[in-house]
Write a protein that binds this ligand. Sequence first.
Ligand code: FE
Length: 197
Amino acid sequence: MSAHDHDHGHEDLPVAARVRRLEERLIEAGQATDAELDAYLSTLYSTASPVNGARMVARAWTDPDYRDLLLEDGNAAAAELGFGPLSYRLNVVENTPGTHNVIVCTLCSCYPVSLLGPSPGWYKSFAYRSRTVREPGAVLAEFGVSLDDDVTISVWDSTSEARYMVLPARPEGADGLDADALAARVSLRGLIGTALA
Ligand code: FE
């Protein structure tokens, strides 16, 4: 029996079984070994945390050259702090007095997992994915983010190749804090854009 004798109604299978089918295809095609896939996943799960993104933000708040690099080449900025290589292009979008950024994946749940950790359930919800593009101000208000009327909201739709992270504005009263203390001021929602920091 060949690998293609099964039927193709995979949509009914649980996600874990569909993922395993995909892994088997990669292994059959000689693209990866089981050991390589296991090693990749265990590294990802042991290191993927919003602390990583928070450290990048804290550095950008204190180091203008790093801020410039972060906005120009997110992958290089991640590598400078020892994160990566990333399997996607990282675009970092900066909140300013006139612009607030928020990220979404309208199609599914694309997200920079290695820098932000596993995505929250609401990020993957149909309501968030559909409403954030239609009525971002209302969605942000439900998260407790109230913006002045003259602030433009930019919504960034992620794909598997291009993923986003928000560089929040540095909070008031953070002068003199060291990098760890600054990083502690950065929340996961701040990195997604559903909080101010
Ligand atoms: Fe997606």
